[in-house]
Write a new protein. Sequence first.
Length: 182
Amino acid sequence: MVNFQNIQSWIYYVKYLMICFIILSFQLLPMRIVYQEVLWPNLIYLVTVGWLIRKPSYLPVILILFVHIISDIVLLKPLGLWPALSLIGYEFLRWRSLSQGRLKLGQELVLVNSILILLTFLQIGMELIFKIESPPMGMIFLQLAFTLLIYPIVIFVLHSILKVRHFEGSETVGRGMSMENL
């Protein structure tokens, strides 16, 4: 017998995969608007963060790692550096969302932005330590600024279009566990 909870979980998994692969497809397009002067905002990070804050139980770690590793391969980034660093931030946000509940919009923006800034500086430090070739600092900071500014738009798209909304107290988490059991 098919459980409704499993079907709902798979629907969210497919939604997440589709939106991430659409983002990757747009990043691969040779667009003259964003030539080489500006890096794309880190939309996959923003979608993942917004998803984890709203539906932490519907986004498993293995799915996040799969999308990020594919992104690194396709976009020719250092393989596994950003997924490893961002996983720390993701799991903190998952823990925060499951244990302490819903954030106000201002609190969410400050938390997500501060984690992104910290992870970006950690990535720059790791690239310098291991002498990994990276874009100029100006481009990295410009990408960081665009990423920070676009997060409210990502929240709107997740909430309004994709219907990824905050969980309720009675909603079940994962494999049939209730929020009270966590």
